[in-house]
Write a protein that binds this ligand. Structure first.
Ligand SMILES: [Zn+2]
Length: 847
């Protein structure tokens, strides 16, 4: 099946607008009736045209216009109908079967609870409607069911025995519609907005999960306050509901007034959630809440503009997390993720611009490029116009576009109008795919220091020639004593090649380039190990301080792999110094002690002109870890003891940072004591961070058989903790045993593969086990391909998203390339393949 792509250039405004929507749901697992009453009027800005509504998998019972029955023509994607050339009321009744909906788009069931997911195009599986984001209307919803809790968007209006009515006064596109019905309990609180409005907050969960909501509720209140303080944005309804659901394709969804969350990102207690889980919950709660303004009040004109809401909202949640925790640590973590996911995407067959210009299935564009690179673009914009310019632009954006379905052009115009800055060239960040390479050379003579840059962006699918982009390069200079002589200065590069000079220097300085990771580019500069160690010791910019250590470790690993070199004393000494430097934040030290991932190393080898072998990378990384452990052996027991957190478990940044450093020490220590300390910690652990941290250390060194059994016995009834049990075993199994471990676990009675979290915890975690996935016999490729084909039959969206496991094929040797492409061809040829996975297989193979 080959579907025609949808093009940004084909955009046309809707022919019909909607003034009001009323929906009635008569819920029944196998035969839910949806009655709709929709007031249409011709769009005055468009010539009259045909009346077409989207709809998929709906059984039409009856339809009428102004009360007179009509017989529309129905096809696979919707209906057409003759309508009068004036405002009219459309009514329809359709039947759907939520219990048969395994794709988890539209109205579906999870543990006897009704739930919806409409972004991007799920509403058309609920009723016939112009399912596009530029059609916005107020919704009134009536739910009829004998389930005790019946929720929809907006404010509750009335309720009785077996029914409830909701009204959302804020015009919204259909993708923000939500409905939940189930046997749920609420954990509640109140929030008073800056202007004194009382808002009722509820987190709805299954009975028994009430004790795991406190952290999410607290994060929600902090998010609401932060958005008032930082962006002047208040909440605008009487209630804010969050529902936790176990079967969910994504992280969470920002439906107006009724956020629906993957339970993984709501439920947390010290016993069941790790520090990382708590941090993610805080960030995702904030992200979805912030969408109320950036996404809901101002939405996207069409799905090509997805980065308008996602890039901005990711940027906002990153700012929030930085304010709540540590900006330095948060920035490093965000860049680690950007490189692991977005740079990887940008370097492969799936590379696409932040604002794509064509798609077959929009679900395939909820990508790291749209989200994470989209956020980086906003960070650059803020750096270029300054904090005051950014604030003025955002104020204007909210004033000018409240209630609009807007575009990237609208967004940039706001910045131009508020700051007077021409952003014509800057806009290329939205249209050009690929990660720019920034080559740096320098020169020093007669007290003048010159930094010269050249930018070049590699070819990406459909884009051969790239134009120069505006790159804000934050730079600082240090003198040979380690003192900063030029504080952070932003150089604005606009040409393909450009030089910048600094005068009046007594000696050749050491440059600190791209401070704070001021642009999503790859810096290429010949640098010595001494210079990297110098910056790791002296740089005042925390990001570049970390980056120097990172680069040093990469250089050492590359030389170990390509030349058989020994681990360098320079790196080992530098790590010893940082690890033992109590003036540094423990969380920062833990990040410095973390070696680059094996996937990251594979790409670094490619960038150095080498062909990576995942088995060699794995073995070499282990060798380096052991060398570090030996070199730090005097320090590790002290570090482990010092970083113990006194008192009861608290998920705050301070304690989490201490535990992170403690577990770095434990991981190295385990290579020296055969896991003795980790075994003791596992036995004594009273929180999941300590328990899972010790468990991971044991699996890493090939131990932990008893703990694997004990962990299962302890947590067999907790679905979220059990996901961790599957994921750790799949992710940390030794390469030669990884595929067979996963095959065995896939037969486990608790491997409920139709649940997206569980599927990701086993098959997804296996795909991140680089050496295990890429074994030379191709067993890993076959295993993942088989599972993707199987999952595609029930949940195309999740199957398509997980096919990115294959996006790195061009990196590897000819044999691996052939095997990965063969696996993709086999997927592509499968009869009845979904549009989602079909498009991904085509793009992955470069078709
Ligand atoms: Zn979002």
């Amino acid at each position: 099946m080959t579907a025609e792509p949808i093009l940004l250039s084909d955009y046309a405004p809707p022919v019909w607008l909607v003034d009001q929507v009323s929906l009635t749901f008569r819920l029944s697992p196998g035969a839910t009736r949806v009655l709709s009453e929709i007031s249409f009027r011709p769009n005055p800005d468009r010539a009259p045209g045909a009346f077409r509504l989207d709809g998929e998998g709906l059984r039409l019972i009856a339809a009428a216009i102004d009360g007179a029955a009509v017989s529309p023509v129905i096809d696979a994607s919707g209906l057409r109908c003759d309508v009068p050339d004036r405002p009219f009321v459309w009514t329809a009744e359709v039947e759907i079967a939520p219990e048969k909906n395994t794709a988890l788009e539209g109205l579906y069931m999870s543990n006897h609870m009704y739930c919806t997911q409409c972004e991007a195009e799920g509403f058309r599986k609920i009723t016939f409607y112009p399912d596009r984001p530029d059609v916005m209307a107020p919704f009134a919803v009536r739910i009829e069911s004998d389930l005790p809790v019946l929720l929809s968007n907006g404010n509750p209006v009335a309720a009785g025995d077996g029914w409830a009515e909701w009204h959302d006064p804020w015009p919204k596109p259909a993708y923000l519609f939500a409905l939940v019905a189930g046997d749920l309990v609420a954990v509640s609180d109140d929030f008073t907005t800056a202007s004194g409005k009382q808002v009722k907050l509820n987190i709805w969960v299954r009975p028994g999960d009430q004790d795991k909501c406190d952290y999410a509720l607290d994060a929600l209140k902090r998010s609401m306050k932060w958005d008032e303080d930082s962006y002047g944005r208040e909440y605008d309804l009487d209630v804010f509901n969050i529902v936790a659901v176990d079967d969910f394709n994504m992280g969470a969804m920002e439906n107006k007034g009724l956020n629906i969350f993957n339970s993984k990102y709501v439920l947390a207690s010290p016993q069941t959630a790790t520090d990382d889980d708590f941090a993610r919950i805080e960030a995702i709660i904030a992200h979805e809440y912030f969408h109320n303004w950036t996404g809901n009040r101002i939405t996207c004109r069409d799905w090509f503009q997805l980065c308008l809401k996602e890039g901005l909202t990711v940027f906002r949640d990153q700012q929030f997390s930085g304010d709540m925790r540590s900006h330095a640590v948060k920035r490093i973590e965000d860049v680690l993720m950007l490189r692991a996911r977005q740079f990887r995407e940008d370097n492969g067959p799936l590379a696409h611009p932040v604002r794509p210009e064509a798609y077959v299935e929009i679900n395939n564009f909820y990508t790291a490029t749209v989200y994470e690179k989209g956020a980086e673009v906003i960070g650059m914009l803020k750096r270029l116009v300054g904090d005051d310019g950014y604030k003025a632009a955002l104020d204007l954006y909210f004033t000018r576009h409240d209630g609009d379905a807007a575009t990237i052009e609208d967004w940039l115009t706001v910045f131009q109008d508020a700051t007077g800055r021409d952003l014509t060239q800057f806009k290329r960040w939205y249209s050009q795919a690929g990660t720019p390479r920034l080559t740096v050379t320098d020169d020093f003579s007669n007290g003048r220091y010159t930094l010269s840059f050249e930018q070049k962006t590699p070819k990406t699918p459909g884009q051969d020639d790239k134009l120069p982009q505006v790159i804000p390069i934050a730079v600082g200079l240090l003198n040979p004593n380690g003192d900063e002589i030029v504080p952070t200065t932003v150089l604005e590069m606009t040409e393909a090649r450009q030089s910048f000079t600094f005068d009046g220097l007594a000696a050749r300085p050491v440059p600190s380039i791209l401070r704070g990771f001021s642009a999503p580019v790859i810096v290429q500069r010949d640098s010595t190990a001494q210079e990297r160690a110098f910056l790791l010791a002296h740089d005042t910019d925390p990001f570049n301080k970390w980056e120097a250590g990172r680069a040093l470790a990469k250089d050492v690993l590359i030389r170990m792999i390509s030349e058989g070199a020994a681990p360098s004393a320079g790196l080992l000494d530098a790590l010893h110094r940082v690890a033992g430097d109590d003036s540094l934040d423990p969380a920062f030290r833990a990040l410095v002690l973390r070696l680059p991932s094996e996937d990251d190393m594979a790409q670094s080898l490619v960038d150095s002109g080498l062909t990576p072998d995942p088995g060699t990378i794995h073995a070499t990384t282990r060798m380096l870890k052991t060398a570090i452990a030996r070199h730090l052996s005097d320090l590790l027991p002290r570090l482990y003891a010092d970083m113990a957190c006194p008192g009861p478990y608290r998920p705050d940044a301070g304690d989490a940072g201490r535990r992170a450093l403690r577990h770095s020490a434990l991981a190295y220590l385990s290579r020296l004591d055969a896991g003795a300390q980790a075994t003791a910690q596992y036995a004594a652990a009273d929180n999941m961070t300590d328990q899972l941290g010790a468990f991971a250390c044991l699996l890493e060194i090939g131990a932990g058989a008893a703990e694997t059994r004990a962990f299962y016995d302890q947590w067999a009834d907790d679905r979220l903790v059990l996901d961790k049990w599957f994921a750790l075993q799949a992710g940390l199994a030794a390469p030669e045993r990884a595929a067979s471990t996963v095959k065995t676990l896939a037969k486990h009675p608790d491997f409920d593969w139709k649940n997206p979290n569980r599927f990701r915890s086993l098959i997804g975690a296996f795909a991140t086990n680089a050496a295990g996935f890429h074994t030379p016999d191709g067993a890993g490729y076959d295993l993942v391909a088989d599972w993707l084909i199987r999952l595609d039959g029930v949940n195309p969206q999740t199957a398509a998203r997980m096919s990115t496991a294959f996006e790195t094929w061009p990196r590897y040797d000819a044999d691996r390339q052939d095997m990965m492409r063969a696996a993709l061809s086999r997927i592509r040829a499968h009869p009845g393949l979904s549009r989602d996975l079909g498009e991904m297989a085509d793009r992955l193979m470069g078709a």
